[in-house]
Design a protein around this ligand. Structure first.
Ligand SMILES: *Cc1c(COP(=O)(O)O)cnc(C)c1O
Length: 479
């Protein structure tokens, strides 16, 4: 009896929809959220909340959903290739190339000379091979796919892949080298120890079942002390003396060797160096140091490339035209000379910024925040990182904007900035909220103080000159 009356007071979907008014989310999504919320109330069997409370609950859920839409954010973490923030941003030239190909038809698989079917990425492959100074190249969806394809194709008859125990690592979320290897049907032949593997270890493991030798670039951590591993050259020689292919997974895909302004990447092997040292195949990501789009680039011996491209999996792993457009633009940029290439690729521009340049920007931003009445904000020294599983050792001196807030305010301040439009992501360190300017595009400096000031007002760290405005804007769209 009691429950029946409770049930009766659950409002109809229509009634809730009418109250919500317009929303940036598509109507079917809206209706779905309302239905879910109402059935949660029904299923709980408890007291039905009053109508306003129900509306608040629905709005919270809609805001959460709205924030989960793919959207631009400001990266104040100082991690240049931040996996959670989409790794490498694309340069405007490359983005324009994508735009042009996306909007119109293209010769994706048409040979314009013959009027017949053409290869999907022949020209791009030629450019990639040129950059890597290799005989041939191929492109697939990402570096993980490249690795699976390589292993599968090269271990069809002889299943064993020899790899050092020091390289059986996890690279970022969901990428464990041993699991990737096994998913390709290969069997692992682990050699050496975590910290030390010798050429002799590899040599002893070679047998009838050996398909290839693999070296994986240890990209997201670094070991110091009593460590050692054979060089690319050693392994390439060993493999070739046994008629085996030697493959190196480079991961980050440095193209420019680390000199002057790219000290952060100094010592990062470039694909061309590794090919020059005798690797039969290399693979690397398109959206790490390479600075293009998500893709796996493969370069090396033309006979092996040919085998990869004839594997049915290659069709499943191939790139779309927009990715090819981005890769083509960035690759041509590299080939047109290192100077302009560096400037066209945002990742390299960011890595190149000097502490002095960043200091200037930081000072003027701090002044603007101070003028809103918040004084505990300073320019500080910090350390940026390359990230994305690249150059784990490198820490780049940088300038941060540090805001000192009480422990209780820090968390909500960070959350408010994440929920602002656009979201601003910084980090908390020793009781301060820090924004590293290296990864903030200079054009975004214009927005930054306002976002910060509004969040400071919302947590009550400054009295609100614009506090009513903050109420409206800090919680996503008004629904
Ligand atoms: C990042 C990385 C990968 C995975 O690359 P995706 O393009 O994300 O698939 C593979 N190997 C190494 C060494 C890496 O650093």
């Amino acid at each position: 009896m009691k429950q029946a009356s409770a049930r009766r007071s659950i409002p109809s979907v229509d009634k809730v929809m009418r109250r919500l008014g317009s929303s940036p989310l598509p109507r079917p999504i809206l209706v779905g959220v309302v239905r879910d919320e109402l059935s949660k109330i029904r299923d709980s069997g408890g007291i039905v909340p009053d109508f306003d409370e129900i509306i608040d609950g629905v709005r919270r859920e809609l805001n959460r959903l709205n924030r989960s839409r793919l959207q631009p954010v400001i990266n104040g973490t100082g991690i240049v290739l931040h996996t959670n923030l989409g790794r490498a941003p694309l340069g405007s030239e490359a983005a324009a190339a994508v735009h042009a190909i996306a909007l119109e038809y293209s010769n994706l698989e048409l040979n314009l000379d013959e009027g017949t079917r053409g290869g999907r990425s022949d020209y791009l492959e030629r450019c990639v091979a040129e950059i890597c100074r290799s005989e041939g190249a191929a492109v697939v969806n990402n570096c993980a796919a490249a690795l699976v394809l390589i292993l599968r194709t090269l271990t069809l008859d002889r299943k064993e892949v020899i790899i050092s125990r020091g390289e059986l690592v996890q690279i970022g979320g969901g990428f464990r080298v041993p699991e990737i290897l096994e998913s390709s049907g290969a069997t692992l032949r682990e050699v050496g120890t975590t910290n030390l593997t010798t050429t002799e270890d590899y040599r002893r493991a070679i047998g009838e079942r050996t398909g290839l030798i693999l070296k994986v670039h240890r990209s997201n951590f670094f070991m110091d002390g009593f460590v050692g591993a054979p060089t690319t050259r050693d392994l390439a020689e060993l493999a070739s003396s046994h008629g085996l292919p030697f493959v190196e997974d480079l991961g980050s895909g440095a193209i420019l060797s680390g000199t002057d302004d790219r000290d952060a990447c100094a010592g990062e092997p470039t694909a061309a160096q590794i090919i020059g040292d005798g690797a039969d195949l290399v693979c690397f990501s398109g959206d790490k140091l390479f600075g293009a789009a998500q893709a796996g680039l493969i370069a090396g011996r033309v006979d092996l490339i040919h085998r990869l491209k004839n594997d049915p999996l290659f069709r499943a792993f191939r790139c779309g035209k927009m990715v090819i457009a981005a890769l083509q633009s960035v690759t041509e940029g590299y080939l047109s000379g290192t100077g302009p290439a560096v400037d066209l690729i945002p990742t390299h521009r960011m890595l190149k910024q000097t502490r002095d340049q960043l200091h200037e920007r930081a000072r003027s931003l701090v002044d603007r925040i101070k003028s809103a009445g918040f004084t505990k904000v300073t320019v500080a020294d910090g350390a940026s990182r390359v990230g994305g599983g690249s150059v784990p050792k490198a820490s780049i001196p940088t300038q941060t904007i540090d805001l000192e807030l009480s422990q209780t305010r820090l968390g909500s301040f960070a959350r408010l900035l994440r929920e602002s439009t656009p979201p601003l992501i910084g980090y908390i360190d020793e009781g301060r909220f820090r924004i590293d300017l290296r990864t903030v595009f200079p054009a975004q400096d214009e927005w930054l103080p306002d976002l910060i000031i509004r969040a400071l007002e919302s947590v009550g760290a400054i009295g609100g000159r614009h506090s009513t405005k903050a109420e409206e804007t800090d919680h996503g769209p008004s629904l």
